[in-house]
Design a protein around this ligand. Structure first.
Ligand SMILES: [Zn+2]
Length: 726
């Protein structure tokens, strides 16, 4: 989805806003970097989180006066609003009209931003905060002290900015061409093709061509990008760039906690995967789908197989039940992109939240321009840091998927508006996942048949069992299918940043993770020079991805709590919080905090609890899981992908390629030795999956035993299905 994409708008903007650097405004460039480097070295020896703070006892020249510190942060705030606004304008101009001139101006503004970040960051490092009383000042100072990319020496910073710009431009202007000269861009052409075509050859062409064009073009930039991102992170006291990305969550146990959430959700994914695999087998046949193997990645309705709702028609549980997709009605009724955003705005105001200002409608880009301009189509929301200018850039297509994306983006805008009076340092989400979750929470209500019926987009308001299961299936194709994808993207990048994935193995390790978590394989052999992660927006754009995993999990927590506040009775998936002022107030209170407090405080305001939890998501999909267990049991489905080394390619050409000592393994052209190592790794993964499956089986069994309220439909079959995997 755009989201699913998840529109990064905020992310890319923030990263650029907060990270640029070029030393000029301090006494001397050399001296400044001396300070930066020394401080970073000291801090990294003690902790990777405390960056550059040094105890006063070690350095009596540090400023200990809190009044001075307050004046400093006020000055920083005043200046930042101006500089960040100018930067955002230049970035917007470039994003909505990619020209050499615009990129030159953007690079200049990058330098201005860097000067600002470096000047104030270096200044902030002159304070000793040990005895400060005001937590907000301490929190702001700590953030300002992080120079992010501005910590790089001038030449390297310039190179880094250029690489980032080149990667994003390469991705955004790419098109792929047929032999007859017709060329297709990602949005809307290839996206629509992947969503609507059911012809294997066409899908394969689009999938492969996009990667040949973009992935391969991004690869030459990537190792240097990794090197410089890591260098900047280390200069700020982090172990590497992945460490600095994870620090945004202020959770020492982040990785362990996320793994636990992922594990809790795995039964849902495995059951969905098996069910969808059988449906694809029915449509594409055994030559393209192995019922015990991974699914080829080009058949799931999305360029990255990250969300699968576009193939709903192939997997619909009850085809004769009333429709749940609003696309047809939207088109028939002449909906426009603007109307879609107005509908989202209306939902926010119905909760007592803020309407977007007049300027939003004039300045946003809600449709792909038709005047020949090249633009960055990837949907995004923008804060211009002056408290009144907020915009969305989206190449909107009139369909239900983009209606959800419109709500997603408007969630970012609402967040911007709610915290607009905070100091700029705090104008961020409680954590990055919060920012991603807000709009999606509303979309959970909007997508219900009841709500779509109320705005005249569906003829039936739902309520029957079959329509309910269809609805939950459609939601699962987006929300559950996305769980492993959103988890693995940064598993891959964190390991690239920490050096455990080297450039020789970029693509192979990417596919190892795609197999391990998603149960997907490449539809054609991957070769030297392929760089499939580079064909996903957030990789060349350097936007962290784990925020979407977090956002997807917590949006269900928020939904559950808000439904309770709204007085909803009945199953969670039927809840529509439209017009609930109580629900709106909870969201507003949390959003108003921005980044001024650690995220558990914002979580508490919405849900009453302080942890992330997968239980609301499990609760929401419980009726579907029951149905899937029955359905998969009926087919004797083997969950997981025991034939993990099957690929469509291996079905035709298994074994060594004659004469060159290389073999085809998981669609990759490898040395025999590499393949042998890979087989051992996969064997290990297979055993791990088996053990995990057994544990999950037991847990599922327990869930079923304790389910007192949900009626079972169809035959009961206990745990046989789960016990059959691998
Ligand atoms: Zn977003």
């Amino acid at each position: 989805m755009g989201q699913g994409w998840a529109a990064p708008g905020l992310p890319s903007l923030f990263l650029l806003l907060l990270c640029c650097g070029h030393p000029m405004l301090v006494p001397s460039q050399e001296a400044t970097h001396q300070v930066t480097t020394n401080q970073a070295t000291t801090s990294s020896q003690t902790t990777t989180r405390q960056t550059t703070q040094q105890p006063a006892t070690q350095n009596p020249s540090l400023v200990t006066d809190e009044v001075e510190a307050r004046k400093f942060v006020e000055e920083y705030d005043r200046r930042s609003q101006v500089i960040w606004n100018e930067y955002a304008e230049a970035n917007w101009n470039y994003n909505t009209n990619i020209t050499t001139e615009a990129s030159k101006i953007l690079l200049q503004k990058n330098i201005q931003m860097a000067n600002h970040t470096l000047k104030f960051g270096t200044w902030a490092r002159q304070f000793d905060m040990t005895s400060f009383q005001n937590d907000s000042i301490k929190r702001m100072m700590k953030k300002i002290q992080d120079l992010e990319r501005a910590a790089l020496p001038a030449k390297e910073l310039e190179e880094y900015n250029q690489i980032l710009l080149d990667m994003e431009t390469t991705y955004s202007v790419a098109s792929v061409c047929h032999a007859n000269g017709t060329c297709l861009q990602l949005e809307p052409d290839l996206t629509n093709l992947m969503a609507t075509s059911r012809k294997h050859e066409d899908l394969l062409w689009a999938w492969e061509s996009w990667r040949d064009k973009v992935g391969r073009a991004i690869l030459p930039f990537f190792p240097k990008y990794v090197e410089l991102a890591n260098k900047a992170a280390k200069l700020n006291g982090y172990e590497d760039a992945g460490d600095s990305w994870r620090a945004m969550y202020e959770m020492p146990t982040l990785e362990r906690d996320l793994e636990q959430l992922y594990q809790e959700l795995q039964p849902l994914y495995l059951n969905l995967h098996a069910y969808v695999r059988r449906a694809l087998h029915r449509h594409y046949g055994p030559q393209h789908i192995n019922l015990e193997g991974p699914i080829p990645a080009h058949l799931l309705g999305n360029m990255w197989a990250q969300t699968w709702s576009n193939i709903y028609d192939l997997v619909v549980p009850f085809p004769s039940a009333p429709k749940i997709d609003a696309t047809e009605a939207m088109i028939k009724q002449g909906w426009t992109p603007r109307r879609m955003f107005e509908e989202a705005d209306n939902f926010f105001t119905s909760l007592g939240l803020l309407p977007v200002p007049f300027e939003f409608w004039n300045k946003s880009m809600l449709e792909k321009p038709t005047d020949g301009r090249e633009v960055v189509c990837h949907a995004s929301a923008w804060d211009f840091y002056n408290g009144k200018d907020f915009r969305i850039k989206q190449c909107t297509t009139v369909n239900m998927e983009d209606l959800v994306v419109a709500h997603h983006e408007m969630g970012h805008i609402q967040y911007f508006m709610q915290y607009k009076d905070l100091p700029v340092t705090f104008r961020e989400g409680a954590n990055p996942g919060f920012h991603e979750a807000i709009g999606d929470v509303l979309a959970l209500s909007v997508s219900t048949p009841k709500h779509l019926h109320s705005i005249n987009l569906l003829s039936s308001e739902g309520g029957g069992y079959e329509q309910d299961i269809n609805f939950l299936m459609k939601m699962a194709l987006d929300k559950i299918a996305f769980v492993p994808f959103s988890y693995l993207v940064d598993q891959w990048r964190w390991r690239v940043f920490d050096g455990s994935i080297t450039k020789e193995n970029y693509n192979q390790e990417w596919w190892n993770l795609r197999l391990k978590y998603q149960g997907l394989c490449p539809p054609v052999a991957r070769a030297q020079g392929d760089f499939d992660p580079g064909a996903k927006f957030h990789v060349p754009s350097s936007v962290p991805y784990i925020r979407y995993f977090v956002g997807f999990v917590i949006q269900f927590q928020f939904h559950e709590a808000l439904c309770q506040a709204a007085g909803h009775k009945g199953p969670l998936h039927t809840c529509d919080i439209y017009q609930s002022k109580e629900a709106g107030k909870r969201l507003a209170d949390a959003m108003k905090l921005g980044f001024s407090k650690p995220w558990p405080e914002a979580m508490k305001l919405i849900t009453g609890q302080t942890n992330m939890s997968a239980s609301a998501m499990m609760n929401y999909f419980k009726p579907l899981l029951d149905w899937l267990l029955t359905e998969n049991g009926r087919h004797g489905e083997k969950l997981g992908w025991p034939q993990y080394n099957w690929t469509p390619n291996s079905a035709h050409s298994e074994g060594p390629v004659p004469g060159n000592g290389r073999v085809n393994f998981l669609g990759l052209d490898l040395e025999e030795q590499q393949a042998r190592v890979g087989q051992w790794v996969l064997l290990f993964l297979g055993v791990t999956l088996l053990v995990a499956t057994l544990v999950l089986t037991q847990r599922l069994f327990s869930i079923r035993r304790h389910s007192l309220h949900q009626p079972h439909h169809g035959p009961q079959f206990g745990s046989e299905v789960e016990l059959r995997h691998s």
